[in-house]
Ligand binder design. Structure first.
Ligand SMILES: Cc1cc2nc3c(=O)[nH]c(=O)nc-3n(C[C@H](O)[C@H](O)[C@H](O)COP(=O)(O)OP(=O)(O)OC[C@H]3O[C@@H](n4cnc5c(N)ncnc54)[C@H](O)[C@@H]3O)c2cc1C
Length: 405
């Protein structure tokens, strides 16, 4: 890193620190804190100044996150809306769409979900069969989606739908924002093996969305969907912020969430890199395994994985745009979490299977162990990421496509 870049990053850190020290108040309601972060630009510093940012380089996010942790403050809202929809709108939305949606995203008051996967279209997203047909100023949508995280509490969704049945598979798709709270959209919860019911099947029966909610051009939804998936994969790397798995009460003091005291009804957080490391160290120490050479050896592997993933995400953050390399970050993160799970369960022994009781760490390791397989599937499976790395990073021959399209 050049002296000039280092000094610029130091200056960003200094400004973020002063602002946070002056503004963070743990008694402030979460909604007010998020609004304050958004209005100041420190919530999303790499967004343009006109759209709730400060126009800073993308590394500023990591710096602000470190400063937030330093003062013990809760970070900006984190979910599909901020990970995927907001950067997409900044990059590809119209000004009207940005004005309509960004304020509710950056202050956390409107939650979004992702209506992509269908019963017969997961990895093969371009095979989506849900249709949208133009009817004057609106589009009428019919079909079924599945695995829709947060579909039961989301206000809005991003939707991939087929708008031209006669066009080749990838060219007949369009990309929309759609209001989830209408009669034509019925989410039905699915219970996962970790006990939560975060997923939904979503039945769509003559739902409508305005033509002005079309993101990108009609029939050109495929590149928009790919862009969205890149943002999703980037946010699933090991250095990512802990994900908030549910709707939060914006009237409760931000400090209660920041301190990890999660009010009843909220379902919890997946630890980010460093939190995961600290939890693992506590598990090993509590079981008096810190001097076991095999455990130490595997712990070094996990620690190296955390550091490598963190280094990779910093490198990718410096890239001019989100590229296929994010698949490497996602693969590294899923492997890391598998190593974490295997080591935590080895150290815990039979207690690792329990959700409550002595030496179970409130069931967190067991919960994580049950959630880790999902990481290899969400946002595109490991096999799909390897195909992407093979074809777009290494330049290997393309995988055969079954439909010849
Ligand atoms: C935690 C979690 C959250 C999710 N949230 C959402 C959400 O909010 N919205 C949403 O729309 N979806 C969501 N999904 C769904 C997810 O995107 C799909 O499950 C995923 O894309 C895989 O699709 P599929 O389940 O249909 O499996 P399939 O595509 O049927 O794949 C089955 C198996 O075949 C392999 N395979 C398929 N094609 C290839 C290929 N070309 N080369 C090599 N191997 C291949 C896959 O790797 C996999 O092992 C979520 C999934 C998880 C686990």
């Amino acid at each position: 890193m050049s002296d000039r870049t280092a000094s610029m990053l130091d200056s960003i850190r200094g400004k973020a620190r002063s602002w946070l020290e002056a503004q963070w108040d743990p008694h402030q309601p979460l909604g007010e804190w998020w609004s304050n972060l958004a209005q100041s630009g420190w919530g999303f510093p790499d967004f343009p100044e006109r759209w709730f940012g400060l126009g800073l380089p993308s590394e500023s996010r990591r710096i602000v996150r470190e400063e937030l942790q330093r003062v013990g403050a809760f970070g900006p809202p984190h979910g599909i809306a901020t990970m995927m929809v907001a950067p997409l709108l900044v990059e590809m939305g119209t000004d009207e769409q940005r004005q309509q949606w960004l304020p509710g995203i950056v202050d956390g008051s409107e939650i979004w979900c992702q209506l992509f996967s269908e019963p017969d279209a997961g990895s093969d997203l371009a095979g989506a069969r849900t249709t949208a047909l133009r009817d004057g100023d609106v589009w009428r949508v019919n079909g079924q989606k599945v695995w829709t995280s947060g579909g039961h509490y989301a206000k809005w969704a991003i939707l991939v739908a087929r708008t031209d049945q006669s066009a080749p598979k990838h060219s007949g798709l369009s990309f929309f924002g759609i209001d989830m709270r209408q009669d034509g959209i019925q989410p039905k919860s699915l219970v996962q093996m970790n006990g939560s019911a975060e997923f939904n099947e979503v039945f769509i029966d003559d739902a409508t969305t305005l033509h002005t909610n079309l993101i990108g051009e009609e029939g050109k939804g495929w590149p928009v969907a790919l862009r969205t998936l890149s943002y999703e994969r980037e946010s699933l790397d090991a250095d990512a912020e802990p994900g908030i798995q549910t709707d939060l009460d914006l009237t409760i003091a931000a400090g209660r969430y920041a301190s990890g005291e999660i009010p009843d009804g909220s379902e919890g957080f997946m630890p980010g890199g460093l939190e995961a490391w600290e939890l693992l160290c506590s598990v090993i120490a509590a079981n008096d395994k810190q001097n076991d050479p095999r455990i130490r050896d595997r712990a070094v592997k996990v620690y190296t994985g955390i550091k490598t993933s963190s280094w990779m995400s910093q490198r990718f953050a410096q890239a001019p745009e989100v590229g296929a390399e994010v698949s490497l970050g996602k693969l590294a993160a899923t492997q890391l979490m598998r190593d974490w799970r295997d080591l935590a369960l080895t150290a815990l022994g039979p207690h690792g299977q329990l959700l409550e009781g002595e030496n179970t760490f409130d069931g967190l390791p067991a919960q994580i162990a049950l959630s880790v397989p999902g990481l290899s599937i969400a946002g595109g499976t490991d096999e799909i990421q390897r195909n992407i790395v093979g074809e777009r990073v290494l330049g290997l021959p393309r995988e055969p496509r079954p439909n010849g399209d």
